[in-house]
Design a protein around this ligand. Sequence first.
Ligand code: GDP
Length: 191
Amino acid sequence: NPMAGAQFLTSAADLRGLPTEEAPEVAFAGRSNAGKSSAINAMCGRRNLARTSKTPGRTQLLNFFTLNEGLLVDLPGYGFARVPPRVRAAWQRMVEGYLTGRPQLRGVVLMMDVRHPLTEFDAQLLDWGAGVGLGFHVLLTKADKLSRNQQFKALHEVQKALPAHGVQLFSATRQIGVSEARIRVARWLDP
Ligand code: GDP
């Protein structure tokens, strides 16, 4: 597993708190409950490296992990509808600032629940990334919740909507697509 060595490094509450190393970086994003923490833990082969959404207080932080010569960054996520405008504005400032102002960022792994892909949250991130030519790799998470037919239908629909990006099925609980996702991250980090 090329992601087995990931170690927690630091959290940043705002853009001034970002680590200053210029190592290549891969970010992980997804609206809350998309399965982001579970996917990071599955990819790193660890039970509790990224905290799941039941842990409040870490949700508005950027969490950094070292992996060999690179960094992994867990970006905060939330559900658009349930969030006060002030929280949304703070999230936008931080995540847009990070995505558009981080030259060492090699790519973004974007988790979408396979049953609810391409939310407003996802569209916002893809839009910021497009502005600076960022590559995305989409994990359609919780694939185990759908039949094989439904999984492939969702895969083809998202692939069609995002022809410039990688899209794959993923399940942390059933270990679907985990090695494919690890390889994408390892290639981005390989200088
Ligand atoms: P986050 O908020 O995006 O970090 O999401 P979590 O990783 O905390 O997962 C949100 C919920 O989805 C939790 O109840 C998880 O147990 C569940 N979940 C995450 N990944 C999977 C998966 O691959 N399959 C299934 N069936 N449930 C999952």
